[in-house]
Design a binder for this molecule. Structure first.
Ligand code: KG4
Ligand code: ZN
Length: 335
């Protein structure tokens, strides 16, 4: 089966074609980051309008890249939540209409399920069961994954998501939006010994997280020591180290608690180099293997949506003719 996947849940338009036999045939992405940067965050109406402009040209691009025409597509998948309502509607409307016009089945996909299974696009994908660490701009979750659609949430952030904490701290340090990658770069020049940020909630049992205190700690440190170039780098370094340590401690706890031996990282913060290196090393000591999607499949993309859509369509699921999007939608609500 060959599935066209469309992603428009936030500020990235993605399109891809996934083939159940041959794997990923083509994928492309348009990022709106530059457009939203001057507002310091995503402007929902601008996002929707840009998806309107970009989605169909990107679908044409992936068909050309894969040297296919519309008749070669056997199903269409599109993100229906969670995300920005208007943005989701654009991709869902285009995807549902194309499926109708091409007379093939359609399927709405949960954006976080896409992230969760993005590692399946890699040459050595993980086997089930595994623990997933979902770290994006909107979510921080530890999930027990026993198979496709079999998800149990073990823990989540009680306040800011990790990506959000990165972005807010980056803003304090005068970096653009979204600032996660820029903060990580700045941290490379920092002195890791100068400041020590707390590791939130590690002395409490359970697998929940809290990251808003780290941002406050950064604000207070900046108020005391100023924001000269060296101090900015030192704060970035201390902040990143605290986040990475905290995530490692909770992942280790989740693996020990379940006895699972595989950890899969997903979501935009999964692109963080320090997290990738330290997590692989620490989990290796536990006798566990860590799986990461390649950088471009950590952040939003159409490939993960095409993959999930293909699995669900092959399992016999498909959407009816009516169309609905779900801006707020728990992963556990998926059957
Ligand atoms: O998964 P994603 O693309 O979008 C959501 O669904 O949220 O994640 C975006 C988040 C942003 O907060 C961004 O700052 C963060 O991922 N991010 C990073 C890095 N690259 C992206 N955070 C830390 N280090 C990075 N290298
Ligand atoms: Zn995402």
């Amino acid at each position: 089966m060959r599935v066209l996947g469309i992603e428009t849940s936030c500020d990235e338009t993605g399109a891809a074609i996934y083939d159940s036999e041959m794997g990923l045939l083509a994928h492309t992405l348009h990022s709106q980051v530059a457009m939203h940067a001057e507002y310091g965050g995503v402007v929902p109406e601008l996002a929707s309008r840009d998806h309107v402009r970009k989605t169909i040209p990107l679908i044409r691009d992936v068909l050309t890249q894969a040297d296919l025409s519309a008749q070669d597509i056997n199903g269409v998948a599109y993100t229906i939540g969670p995300g920005l309502a208007g943005a989701l509607l654009v991709g869902a409307m285009i995807g549902r209409s194309l499926a109708y016009g091409w007379n093939v089945p359609a399927i709405g996909v949960h954006h976080m399920e896409g992230h969760l299974l993005a590692s399946m696009l890699e040459p050595s994908p993980p086997e089930f069961p595994f623990i997933a660490l979902l770290v994006s701009g909107g979510h921080t979750q530890l999930i027990k994954v026993d198979g496709i659609g079999r998800y149990v949430q073990l823990g989540e952030s009680l306040d800011d998501a990790v990506g959000e904490a990165f972005d807010k701290t980056a803003k304090l340090l005068g970096l653009g939006y979204p600032g996660g990658a820029a903060l990580a770069k700045l941290a490379e020049n920092g002195d890791e010994k100068r400041f020590h940020f707390p590791r939130p909630m590690i002395d409490r049992p359970g697998l929940d997280f809290s990251f808003s205190g780290l941002k406050t700690f950064a604000v207070n440190t900046a108020a005391e020591f100023g924001l000269d170039e060296k101090t900015r780098a030192d704060i970035a370094c201390a902040f990143q180290a605290a986040v990475v340590d905290t995530l490692i401690i909770k992942c280790r706890r989740a693996l020990r608690q379940t006895g699972y031996k595989r950890l899969v990282v997903a979501g935009g913060v999964g692109a963080n180099r320090m997290l990738r290196e330290h997590l692989a090393e620490a989990m290796g000591k536990e006798g566990c293997i860590v799986y990461f999607p390649r950088h471009e499949f950590c952040t939003d993309n159409g490939a993960m949506i095409a993959y999930v859509g293909c699995q669900r369509l092959m399992a016999g699921e498909h959407a009816g003719l009516s169309m609905q999007v779900f801006p707020r939608w728990d992963l556990e609500g998926l059957s």
